[in-house]
Design a protein. Sequence first.
Length: 384
Amino acid sequence: MDYFLTEEQQMIVDVARQITEEMIIPQRAELDEKEEFPAEILKAIAKADLFGLYIPEEYGGFGGGCFEMVLALEQFGRGCVGIATSFAASALGAYPILISGSDELKRKYMPVIARGEKWAAFGLTEANAGSDASGIQTTAVLDGDEWVLNGTKQWITNGGDAQIYSVIAITDRSKGPRGASMFVVEDTDPGFSYGAKEKKLGIRASSTRELIFKDCRIPKERLIGRQGTGFFTVMKTLDLSRPGIASLGVGLGQAALDEAVNYAKQRVQFGKPVISFQAVQHILADMAIQLEASRSLVYATARYINTEPKDMAKYSSMCKVMATDMAMKVSTDAVQVLAGYGYMREYPVEKMMRDAKILQIYEGTNQIQRNVIGQALNKEYSRN
Ligand SMILES: Cc1cc2nc3c(=O)[nH]c(=O)nc-3n(C[C@H](O)[C@H](O)[C@H](O)COP(=O)(O)OP(=O)(O)OC[C@H]3O[C@@H](n4cnc5c(N)ncnc54)[C@H](O)[C@@H]3O)c2cc1C
């Protein structure tokens, strides 16, 4: 379907597609097998100027928004969700600074992130605080001109590979949800270290580690926004970034459909290509319907978010649920169409199915997204 992209937007798609075809697809199986961080591919993405897509021009970026990120992420997701996650997580780490940071912080960090010279990461989750982020235990205490952080963040994408970390910590426990604040921590800060790299089901090219703060001292200017606004910044960050996760689902769904149709056309059983069996055609038709419906909602949502509306949370959650549930279903169906061959690592669909699962979990599980949508509906209909 023609989504009537502008010339600039089409250029983003073309550049991202070229990197996907020339670098990501040829290397994805090896990076997945070796569980290797895709440093060289990220450098190529930086060289193509795509790290600054969502960053305003005054801070060295391209000046685009959520939609421009969605376009690039869809292409990278078509190649490999693990590699694409490493790219997406840098934006997730940058958004808090962009949303709430001082001009000084933006000038210090945005240009290097936009050029892809440094990678970012986002530290919210802890061992006992997943969906219930209000349960975080990491603390930050002001001591003279420095904040002192103590605690451990868990399952942080790009942990140990990024140089810039946006981290939330409790600054005043007595204030409840208004008692948390966000900070920028740099990889070289004293008292900051990492846990071992996690072993995962999928997205194995993406690195996931603990962030460990033991009397980690950072200058007081690294506070992002005002003290007590940490959860506001986290929620806004996730609203902006979830359509990106949805677009990884769209890219993965497209790749799974391509593999399934191409295979069904050439695989012969009972003297005919299996695509000639109506049962197979119906699986493919359902895959195509769900994929295009998801792409339409993701594009419409991302375009809407570019206008900075107040009610973005509901739509951001809706497109994340729809496109990532679709990616799980469509990649599972692709394995079914390829059947025994689909189950083998020789074909890419088994990796797609493994990779799809994370999309329903990170940046808030799809159950939590449904809670957000349900709560928004409840509020809306109470007003009418
Ligand atoms: C590979 C990977 C990368 C990640 N990257 C990052 C990162 O970069 N930064 C970061 O901060 N975090 C990251 N995370 C953490 C991720 O965001 C959390 O795993 C996720 O938010 C869910 O938390 P949990 O796993 O603790 O599940 P839990 O909160 O323990 O949930 C368990 C189950 O209960 C359900 N549930 C919980 N509460 C409710 C409720 N109120 N209503 C309905 N159902 C509910 C959940 O949906 C789930 O099915 C990553 C996780 C993984 C696996």
